[in-house]
Design a protein around this ligand. Structure first.
Ligand SMILES: [Cu+2]
Length: 120
């Protein structure tokens, strides 16, 4: 049996606003968000603010016409679990969009996107 105190603590915890804990949002990326790079990076590497659930965390990279230019198989770094990366095919100059969707260990799903440009 749960005590009355226990129940009120649980209720109070459930009432906490979403902002009270950190979801996995993008902390930084390589290539940098919105940047122009001289040559095709070997991978897009995303660092998040929280550890990720590898089975439910994905990233894809598309060109201006929407075709995928990544090598599939996004991977969460087993060492830090906040780092998600995906290999890239050789990219001609142009602007590319990165779409990420992750599930953090607190079971909250977040998603976002950004662009980078490969210069001449
Ligand atoms: Cu959360």
């Amino acid at each position: 049996m749960m005590s009355r105190t226990m129940i009120s603590i649980l209720l109070a915890l459930m009432a906490l606003p979403e902002a009270a804990h950190a979801h996995a949002t993008l902390d930084h990326a390589s290539p940098l968000v919105g940047s122009t790079v001289a040559a095709t990076p070997s991978a897009v590497v995303l660092t998040f603010t929280q550890k990720l659930e590898p089975a439910f965390s994905t990233v894809r990279v598309v060109n201006a016409s929407g075709a995928r230019v990544d090598q599939g198989k996004a991977q969460v770094d087993p060492g830090s679990r906040t780092v998600l990366s995906i290999g890239l095919k050789p990219l001609p100059p142009g602007t590319y969009k990165v779409f990420w969707k992750v599930l953090s260990v607190d079971t909250h799903a977040t998603e976002g996107n950004f662009s980078f440009t490969v210069g001449q």
